[in-house]
Design a protein around this ligand. Structure first.
Ligand code: GTP
Ligand code: MG
Length: 282
């Protein structure tokens, strides 16, 4: 089984993206389709319920066991059925892994059997730690494996570079083909129109220059960068949007994926398109 893994630091939008993806899998015109019903449908349906009420699903509970959400999907262009595992894991697991330079064995095994990852980071997240300067950034990269680093001042881009390093080491090459990592910049709708026009790659270059450099230099992985808005607006911040959203009584057709294609930004209403890119569905 080659699971697609959905990962990201705390508050990166994992749970809400999972909920929206579940809805998208059943929407007309989406590249990837569900195959059968997942075993634990109550979990994802409970997340969807929040969205239907015009609210984002809440942050995952740190005291609860993380639950891997497993589903099978079909690539309609080839008819191939793929067992996909989309583990919705607390961001804290990844944070601890980066800080200790070690992943729990079960997770290392999952990475070894996977060749497709969705890596999320979110705009305007309060949890993003910006480096004060390059000296501080360099210092936080210099802690030795096993030596505890201070989670509170490790810049987010340092953590993301370390996560990429895990992926580079562990993701499986299949038939000589490089594993794919889709970097998803979530909550894209929170950016100003001017920022949105510049596209997700530029956003990463400006906000996380070190990460942008790593993404450019990686050769073992194929990287795709996408901006994501799961509903096309923010019902918590924009009450008019929320009113209109609730009145329409539908999530289908809401939200979008944005991607740089040559010099242009391409918008897609197919929320499964990063997943499709990862699993090479047409
Ligand atoms: N405006 C907007 N906000 C979003 C979107 N997706 C996520 N968010 C915001 O991001 C917050 C965190 O999203 P979660 O899905 O809980 O993030 P997570 O990565 O699962 O967080 P942990 O469970 O703590 O690891 C949400 O409460 C929303 O406020 C989006 O598409 N648009
Ligand atoms: Mg979560």
């Amino acid at each position: 089984m080659n699971p697609v893994l959905l990962i990201g630091l705390p508050d990166s939008g994992k749970t809400n993206f999972l909920a929206r993806t579940w809805i998208a899998l059943t929407e007309k015109g989406c590249a990837v389709k569900p195959h059968g019903t997942p075993d634990d449908i109550t979990y994802v349906e409970s997340l969807v319920l929040h969205l239907l009420q015009g609210q984002f699903a809440p942050r995952s509970n740190q005291n609860e066991e993380p639950r891997p959400f497993v589903l099978e999907v079909t690539d309609p262009s080839s008819g191939k059925v793929m067992p996909l595992m989309v583990p919705d894991v607390r961001g804290e697991l990844w944070k601890a892994a980066v800080l200790n330079s070690e992943l729990p064995k079960e997770w290392m095994d999952r990475l070894h059997s996977s060749n497709a990852v969705l890596l999320l980071l979110r705009v305007h997240s309060q949890d993003v730690v910006k480096p004060l300067d390059w000296v501080a950034t360099k210092r936080s990269m210099e802690h030795q494996p096993g030596e505890p680093a201070d989670a509170t001042d490790t810049p987010t881009q340092v953590m993301l570079c370390e996560l990429l390093r895990f992926l580079e080491i562990a993701l499986a090459r299949k038939n000589g083909v490089a594993p794919r990592v889709a970097v998803l910049v979530t909550a894209w709708d929170l950016l100003s129109p001017e920022e949105q026009e510049e596209g997700p790659e530029r956003y990463i270059r400006q906000q996380f220059p070190m990460l942008a450099g790593r993404l450019r230099d990686i050769t073992r992985l194929e990287i795709g960068v996408f901006g994501v808005s799961i509903l096309g607006g923010d019902p918590a911040e924009d009450l008019l949007f929320k009113e209109e959203f609730l009145a329409s009584n539908s999530i289908q057709g809401r939200g979008y994926i944005v991607q740089q294609a040559n010099d242009e930004l391409q918008y897609s209403q197919d929320l499964t398109s990063p997943l499709a890119w990862c699993i090479r569905a047409k």
